[in-house]
Design a binder for this molecule. Sequence first.
Ligand code: ZN
Length: 185
Amino acid sequence: MQTVYCMHRCCTVTYCPLVLSWAITVHKFQGFEAGFGKDDMVKYIVADMNNLDWEKSNPGTAYVVTSRGKTIGTVTPDNPYPLESNIFFDGQIGPTRFTHAAYKNNGEECLQVEKRDNWARYLHQKSESTKSSYDENTLSTMHDNNESIIHHPLTANQSELQSKIMNILTEPNEKWKQLRNNYII
Ligand SMILES: [Zn+2]
């Protein structure tokens, strides 16, 4: 809140200055960051951390959001929450958010964590089997192709991109559709 005196200093007005803000899920904010540089589109994040139950069904989201801010400012005993921070929190935030999120109260691993680990193992196996089933030259060609795909736009324009995305959504690859049930809820 800010209080301003009149020119004679006999009366005051107290008001709450508002700043236009946007809400976005942390899933969508992956790859973005907040900073004070001239190229930073976002200066401040106010993260609603929800609670440990949220973390258990969305493992890793606390890590994603805490790593989006470029600085937390200079924290001192007198100023534990400096304004020169790119990130502020609401909800349950504490060490358990990072250390206890993978397990249920009964000690069992959370289903989402189990599925995520299965997915990582599957990708690792795939990469190992690819490496062992092709010779050096083919691997090097595949590597170059991947590099060129990464560094060139997949589509010529926005409308082609949109129609490609619509195709993926309306006609998903059948094999992948079956497979994803094992890894994603
Ligand atoms: Zn006055």
